[in-house]
Design a protein around this ligand. Structure first.
Ligand code: GLA
Length: 390
């Protein structure tokens, strides 16, 4: 993350609140490389924390007031630190106040309030999880100011709960877990049943490109929640139809899906094909990376995108253009949408020596078809969220 963000935040903080922050935390965004919509189905994902993120600064107050400022637009909300309330018209504050509510539920109401401000460099609507970065940064900084500590998994879960209950998105744990468990130069292999998060190295001669389309289609949150309900309906069907326990789609194999798809409601059958196929792709993908077989790994990425398009219908024309154009570029092994879908970013696997020309080729082909270039940058896998000051 650009170090300038932290220094800008500290000077804006001093200018507004008239004193320096006593704690600053930093949390990265994430990119999802393989395993789409598998997290809330208790499945597997390969992801990475990225070198863009959010910094969160705090200083305690003597009274019980909590003031939170979004440093980019300099809007401030004010509420009670012990009993934060939703702020009408300031939906950005839900992510922070939801985390404050989580800390209060766990550690009790605080004796004192605080002044806080945050600033980041994740482009809005890029699908790179600026909200998870904000949540994880807020939790770490606010916990530190109170003198309490949380294990990383609990930080991730508290951020997810804030997003589920305050922001109304029934997201899984992927974004927050990637922000917390990220490791420099590594992907993270997550198992969302056992909640194990392991670093995975990838071959030196390849890198991932992150292509931000800047597209964001309406009703994204509603579509996300609808997809999740479909998956849960399908899991209930398989639990009754199969002769082994099914708690989530993670327990259903592709062959079982093939055998039963005509017996269940059409939409649930179609949607559930995606996470079921993705789980199998992630498990093979990890093996392929270990063996250095980047060509086969790339093919899995293309298959993943096709499955999004066909079964989950969470792609959009802009993401399809990136993936299609990337597939024509020499040195590109695979590409797919990343994250929730319906806009945001795609990720491509490319031979390192071809990365620069591939990035330029993808961006200009995108511009020809969509009117303006997409923003393509090399993924620098980063360490997870942490307190950086003091
Ligand atoms: C969004 C959600 C995650 C995950 C992905 C899709 O990023 O926040 O929990 O479901 O979509 O894999």
């Amino acid at each position: 993350m650009n170090p300038q963000v932290q220094s800008d935040l500290e000077s804006k903080f001093r200018a507004l609140y008239g004193r320096a922050p006593t704690v600053v935390a930093r949390a990265p965004g994430r990119v999802e490389v393989l395993g789409n919509h598998t997290d809330y189905n208790e499945g597997y994902v390969l992801s990475a924390a990225i070198d863009l993120g959010t910094c969160f600064a705090v200083a305690p107050r003597e009274d019980g007031v909590a003031r939170v400022t979004a440093g980019d637009v300099m809007r401030t909300v004010e509420t009670s630190a012990a009993a934060p309330e939703k702020q009408p018209g300031e939906s950005w504050s839900d992510y922070v106040l939801g985390c404050l509510a989580g800390l209060n539920a766990r550690f009790g109401a605080p004796d004192r309030g605080f002044d806080a401000m945050f600033l980041g460099d994740i482009p809005l609507g890029s699908g790179l999880s600026s909200s998870a970065a904000l949540e994880c940064g807020a939790i770490l900084a606010l916990a530190k100011v109170r003198g309490v500590e949380l294990p990383p998994l609990d930080v991730a879960r508290m951020g997810q709960k804030a997003e589920n209950e305050w922001a109304g998105v029934k997201c899984g744990l992927l974004d927050q877990a990637s922000s917390v468990f990220g490791r420099e130069n590594h992907l993270v292999m997550s198992d969302f049943r056992t909640c194990e998060f392991k670093p995975v190295a990838f071959p030196d001669d390849v890198l991932f490109l992150v292509c931000n389309t800047h597209a964001r289609h309406a009703l994204v949150d509603g579509a996300y929640n609808e997809r999740r309900e479909c998956c849960e309906r399908a899991a209930r069907f398989f639990a009754a139809a199969l002769d082994h326990p099914v708690r989530a789609l993670r327990d259903v194999s592709w062959n079982e899906w093939l055998a039963h798809r005509d017996d269940m409601d059409e939409l649930a059958a179609k949607r559930s094909a995606h996470p079921i196929g993705e789980d199998e792709r992630v498990l093979s993908g990890v093996e392929l990376l270990r063996d250095g077989d980047v060509e086969s790994f790339g093919r899995l990425m293309f298959e993943s995108h096709e499955s999004s398009r066909e079964y989950f219908e969470n792609s959009c024309p802009e993401l399809d253009v990136v993936v299609e154009e990337a597939s024509k570029v020499p040195g590109v092994f695979g590409a797919r949408l990343s994250g929730g879908g319906f806009g945001g970013s795609a990720v491509a696997l490319v031979r390192r020596r071809d990365a620069e020309t591939a990035a330029a080729a993808i961006s200009s082909a995108y511009a020809r078809k969509c009117g303006s270039p997409c923003e393509v940058r090399a993924l620098l896998c980063s360490d997870g969220a942490r307190v950086v000051f003091p």
